[in-house]
Design a protein around this ligand. Structure first.
Ligand code: GLC
Length: 472
């Protein structure tokens, strides 16, 4: 399988490259920057939603599953992008948003029975806070996310048929598969019963309100695999990577049909060796993990783990066995931004979505106009300056992308000094010191890669640094 150990680069289309000066990234812009991805050595790119949308949730509220939003371009632009990517050996994954549409999708008005209704709300909560129910004409419709995103009823065969048609449409146009959005919300309790009070922790971060409930009826219904089988049927052998927001112990029903699930336990682990080790142990005890440490919902490596640890975080992300997702900008150590004057995302995620910084100019080479969100710091952090600097984060990430192909199969977690995460991949040993002090290294051996020069001195691993060695 091509994706088995692939690096898949997440493009947030609004913020990657603008080609027409409107300050918003687009498909032509992505096409222009494909050489960056080919040079970096990644196998594929995943596009966050490009479909027509009123953008209440920045495209995760789809108003037409078979089109391209004019702000991003046209279907022709998509075809051109796929062809140009293919010429460079790059595959294109789309974002499938199956659980809800935009409230402005014609389906909502034309086929209300494709959605989930109730005469009274139950106690289910929206992921963004408050009740998951809103009223319309005296009835209540379910929205697991924003009120502008009504949930589809996947027990209705017409919904399944419509979605299968959508899935085939993009596969026929050359998509290599999908990242599948919020898939643990696909099916809920058919009787829409209340979520009972929580008797144990959910296993991943949730809001204080949600933590009080078991969240067993509002998601993750037992017949999920049957619905996923219909998705699989339409996609054939295309790759399906699930955003399953559940601890890995609950992945199994999803992996009956999906190829991989994002390992959110690792994404949420604090930057501390013991916690990282526990998360890796849990998520590798069965096959199925896709690795991700940053994205448009949770923020970037530099901000999440600290600038001093961001390179080590990239090292871990790119040396675990299985597909790894690299969020645009993390290859240059871009930090989260402050947001802008205008609030686009009511849940506060604008700061994770600032434009890519290609050069040191004030607009970072991202646009000739005014960027929809301000650039963070193009002068100090940009692709152009880092490309030919062997000590840059960009060079490190590129080296890691190359090196990971040489790592052996499997993963053996090693015992190491407190504060040091270490594992073996065949002949190679990866060690990361998560602390602010020198620590004994679990390995001597020949240094193949360091997060900074002199990270490993004899048998001492420097503070906040990581290393890959070969031999003992
Ligand atoms: C996923 C997306 C997120 C979106 C939500 C609802 O979690 O990554 O951006 O808001 O689903 O579609």
């Amino acid at each position: 399988m091509w994706w088995q150990d692939a690096v898949i680069y997440q493009i947030y289309p609004r913020s990657f490259q603008d080609s027409d000066g409107d300050g918003i990234g687009d498909l032509r812009g992505i096409e222009r920057r494909l050489d960056h991805l080919a040079w970096l050595g990644v196998e594929a790119l995943w596009l966050s939603p490009i479909y027509p949308s009123p953008m209440y949730d920045m495209g995760y509220d789809v108003a037409d599953y078979k089109g391209v939003d004019p702000v991003f371009g046209t279907l022709d632009d998509f075809d051109r992008l796929v062809a140009a990517a293919r010429e460079r050996g790059l595959r294109v994954l789309l974002d499938l948003v199956p659980c809800h549409t935009s409230i402005e999708h014609p389906w909502f008005g034309e086929n209300p029975d494709w959605y989930i209704w109730r005469d009274e709300p139950n106690n289910w909560l929206s992921a963004f806070g408050g009740s998951a129910w809103s009223s319309l004409n005296g009835h209540w419709y379910l929205h697991s996310f924003y009120p502008e995103q009504p949930d589809l009823d996947w027990r209705n065969p017409d919904v399944i048929a419509a979605m299968q048609d959508v899935l085939a449409f993009w596969m026929d146009r050359g998509a290599a598969g999908y990242r599948v959005d919020a898939i643990d919300r696909l099916l809920k309790d058919p009787e829409l019963r209340d979520d009972p009070p929580a008797s144990e922790a959910f296993g991943l971060p949730v809001s204080d309100e949600e933590a009080k409930l078991a969240l067993t009826n509002s998601r993750n219904a037992p017949d999920t695999p049957a619905a996923l089988a219909r998705i699989r049927e339409a996609v054939g052998d295309g790759v399906l990577i699930g955003e399953v927001y559940l601890p890995s112990a609950k992945w199994q029903p999803y992996l009956e049909q999906l190829d991989r699930a994002f390992a959110f336990e690792l994404l949420h682990a604090p930057w501390e060796a013991a916690g990282l080790r526990r998360a890796i142990e849990a998520t590798t005890s069965r096959p199925g993990a896709a690795w991700v440490l940053s994205n448009h919902d949770f923020g970037r490596l530099v901000t999440r783990f600290g600038a001093e640890n961001a390179r080590s975080a990239a090292l871990v992300l790119l040396t675990l066995p299985g597909p790894a997702f690299l969020y645009q900008g993390d290859e240059i150590g871009l930090a989260d931004g402050p947001g802008g004057e205008h609030v686009y995302d009511r849940a506060g995620r604008d700061r994770f979505r600032h434009p890519m910084q290609w050069d040191p100019s004030p607009t970072g080479g991202f646009t000739t106009g005014e960027a929809w969100l301000p650039l963070v710091d193009p002068q100090s952090t940009n692709v152009e300056a880092q490309r030919d600097d062997p000590r840059s984060t960009l060079s490190l990430v590129r080296d890691l992308v190359t090196l990971r192909k040489l790592l052996g199969d499997g993963l053996e977690l090693l015992d190491a000094a407190q504060g040091v995460l270490a594992y073996r991949r065949g002949d190679h040993t990866v060690a990361v010191n998560t602390t602010a002090e020198d620590r004994p290294a679990p390995t001597g051996g020949h240094v193949v890669l360091e997060t900074r020069p002199g990270a490993l001195r004899g048998r001492t691993l420097g503070a906040h640094s990581g290393v890959i060695t070969m031999g003992l």
